[in-house]
Design a protein around this ligand. Structure first.
Ligand SMILES: Nc1ncnc2c1ncn2[C@@H]1O[C@H](COP(=O)(O)OP(=O)(O)OP(=O)(O)O)[C@@H](O)[C@H]1O
Length: 692
């Protein structure tokens, strides 16, 4: 396929001309001699890449960028009224033939202003200290403020289309939060329509921006839905063999059973109804630590039950201390605040909190960007013991004096390394210095993630008491061993063919396909729909309603393929995701670990296939080899060769590979105990002081 066909092809109703025969067995260890690399598509792509680039450069594209980096939006620039213009921005792809979709011509100049800011690829290039503004995490509300904590800044906006039309939008930031114009229709998640005035419930009266009117549908209230869960997998019991290391002074012993946790009867009932019969390692260690009132930084592999590891002991404490039943108050003072980096994740955590607090007087509330602030406030004022929030929205609500912080006893940062990096770190610092927020000595701070880069661990000291405990289940930052990882050498121009080939082989099994940019997510999703593969997409430029619809369609299997950006990389727990495909590799190894962790959860097995592009991914080779070998996966010889020939970040201290921490950064004094667990000595208090 010539590069000029790149965008034209998307409106052609036929399948790409060359689809190599799928050979399952050749997935693994795709050495240089990998079958896939010998395909005509691959070789042509590798061979004529430079001439293509020249061609594009002559045409004024891709300046300074490899052609492979060119996202579909760029082709759109050439034909600003082409159908490519609004891919999916405002559209669910699920189960729809391309021809069924209407497209509207957009303001191409606005669109292109947007595009220049649309570099998710920039985001992860800076990983570890990624700059929030570039990322596809939640950028709404407080985090986009220009003036102080509670000021607001939004990008220029165009009206968004109705839900049934593809539409190019100028000012992509507008996409976040699902802007509708003044006095426009409120589309509630339940499908009911009503009209709201601007004054009634926008995203904050003091903002210069538009109002967000989306009201998410209330989650089902029936017990069966609340306790719906999927089965643990065949490897669940193998969790017990993972080494656990606890460092810090005087850790309490781990518990082995739920009974030992001494939880109240209601909690025990809820645990049983949730189908939990046995503790996972992170739960065995974290529950007594949290019950003992200690601060905690816990690192455990993806899908191994970190959410319950913090929710259960917090709820147990609340029950023990006798929580005041929720009642209506204009200012609510929750005992617990939980923050997470994405809207879908915080909603999932909320649902878990609601499940475990079922039948108690503890009331959990969720609030996140892209939804009507007024709606959130109405939920909050009815009573709030546990507030689950994305950071920007949390700061908004605090600024509106609907949430007071004086009663906060527990502050939980899920995906804590993400919450503390350059993107969210400043927001988190503002949170802990908000008026009323108890000092770290007065509250309990809990941090959880599957990855914890050393520099982030150091930053975390500001939030934690100096005697916090560090729990590492397995290797900090290691990939889940239940995920079979395969790395294939695939160049930019072969990726789509390869993707289709793999997906056709996979059939209806649920698959997440990760790409680096929002535009590319739309492009690939549309492309797959053309190929008659039911696909939907999720990324930060989609309206919240669309994001939730996409996730719903994927969860229920209506669309077995979800094309996603990094916004879906962390935390999402979706039943039956059997495959993750890294169409584009992320720029950091931590991101890779989180992405592939969407499969192989809770003892179930999964597969991850990653397309490794020699032109753009070689800096990831070293950490990738390490992650693969640590997880006892086959390492392709060609990848090893690249890793050893690349003077990469593992040696240079650069950020892309960001080789993960293997230990609690405070120590160097850990000693394995005879039981196979390890418990390090107490850190020297002087050392603690020095990095506190
Ligand atoms: N003890 C248990 N028994 C059975 N199922 C469990 C147990 N603990 C957790 N689960 C289930 O395992 C799944 C994964 O849990 P969870 O989402 O908390 O993982 P996680 O460690 O936070 O993953 P990630 O790092 O991706 O955020 C969930 O469906 C959860 O309900």
């Amino acid at each position: 396929m010539g590069d000029e066909d790149w965008e034209a092809e998307i409106i052609k109703p036929h399948v790409s001309s060359y689809v190599p025969v799928f050979e399952k067995d050749r997935y693994s260890s795709g050495a240089n001699g990998d079958t896939f690399n010998r395909t005509p598509a691959s070789s042509s792509e590798m061979g004529d890449g430079s001439s293509r680039r020249d061609h594009f450069m002559r045409r004024g594209f891709a300046s300074g960028r490899s052609l492979g980096d060119r996202d579909p939006g760029e082709s759109n620039k050439r034909e600003n009224t082409s159908t490519v213009g609004g891919f999916g921005v405002g559209k669910s792809f699920g189960n729809r033939g391309f021809s069924n979709n209407k497209f509207e011509e957009g303001d191409s100049s606005g669109f292109w202003r947007e595009s220049s800011n649309d570099c998710e690829d920039n985001q992860t290039r800076n990983r570890g200290f990624s700059k929030r503004g570039d990322s596809d995490y939640e950028q709404d509300e407080g985090t986009q403020r220009s003036g102080g904590i509670f000021g607001s800044r939004r990008s220029a906006l165009s009206g968004a289309g109705n839900g049934d039309t593809f539409q190019s939008r100028s000012g992509s930031g507008s996409g976040r939060g699902g802007y509708k114009g003044l006095n426009e229709e409120v589309i509630t998640g339940s499908g009911k329509n009503s009209w709201k005035s601007e004054a009634e419930g926008g995203e904050g009266g003091d903002t210069q921006g538009p109002k967000v009117t989306y009201i998410p549908p209330p989650p089902p209230e029936d017990e069966d839905s609340i306790f719906a869960h999927y089965q643990t997998g065949i490897n669940f019991d193998k969790y017990d063999t993972i080494l656990v290391e606890v460092s810090g002074h005087d850790p309490p012993p781990a518990i082995l059973t739920f009974e030992e946790a001494n939880l109240c009867q209601t909690l025990n009932n809820n645990i049983a109804k949730a189908g939990y019969a046995k503790l996972t390692p992170v739960q065995k260690y974290s529950i007594p630590i949290i019950q003992g009132g200690r601060d905690l930084m816990a690192c455990a592999q993806t899908g191994s039950g970190k959410t319950a590891a913090f929710l259960l002991p917090i709820l147990a404490h609340m029950m023990r201390d006798g929580i005041t039943a929720s009642r209506f108050k204009e200012l609510q003072e929750p005992e617990c605040i939980i923050v997470a980096p994405t809207r879908e994740l915080i909603n999932q955590i909320y649902l878990e909190a609601r499940k475990f607090s079922f039948g108690t007087c503890v009331r959990a509330v969720v609030t996140y960007g892209g939804t009507q602030l007024g709606h959130s406030i109405r939920q909050i004022v009815q009573g709030c013991n546990i507030l689950c929030a994305t950071p920007g929205r949390l700061m908004d609500i605090i600024g509106k004096e609907k949430i007071g912080l004086r009663q906060v006893k527990y502050l939980v940062l899920d995906e804590a390394d993400r919450m503390l990096d350059m993107g969210f770190g400043p927001e988190m610092k503002k949170l802990i210095s908000c008026p009323g927020m108890p000092s770290k000595e007065q509250r309990q701070t809990l941090m959880f993630s599957a990855t914890f880069p050393e520099e982030i661990q150091r930053l975390a000291g500001e939030f934690l008491k100096s005697n916090y405990l560090f729990v590492a289940v397995g290797q900090v930052g290691g990939a889940c061993r239940d995920v079979q990882q395969t790395v294939l050498q695939v160049g930019q121009y072969s990726k789509r063919e390869k993707l289709v080939e793999i997906l056709r082989n996979i059939g209806d099994e649920r698959t997440m396909v990760f790409v680096e940019t929002k535009k590319k997510a739309d492009f690939i999703a549309t492309f797959l729909c053309q190929e008659k593969i039911s696909t939907t997409s999720i990324h930060g430029d989609r309206e919240q309603r669309e994001r939730e619809q996409a996730l719903g369609d994927f969860r229920c299997g209506k669309c077995p393929v979800l094309v996603a950006t990094s916004v879906a990389a962390r935390g999402l727990d979706i039943e039956n995701v059997q495959h993750v495909i890294n169409f584009d590799l992320p720029s950091t190894i931590d991101e890779y670990v989180h992405r592939i962790g969407r499969t192989g959860r809770c003892g179930n097995t999964g597969r991850a296939i990653s397309f490794f592009d020699l032109e753009s991914d070689s800096l990831l080779a070293q950490p990738l080899v390490k992650v693969l070998s640590d997880a006892q996966q086959d390492v392709p010889a060609w990848l090893e060769e690249i890793a050893f020939s690349t003077y990469g970040p593992a040696f240079s201290g650069g950020t892309r590979g960001n080789v993960f921490a293997s230990v609690d950064t405070r120590k160097g004094k850990s000693s394995l105990n005879t039981a196979g667990f390890s418990s390090s000595q107490a850190p020297n208090p002087v050392d603690d002081e020095s990095w506190d």
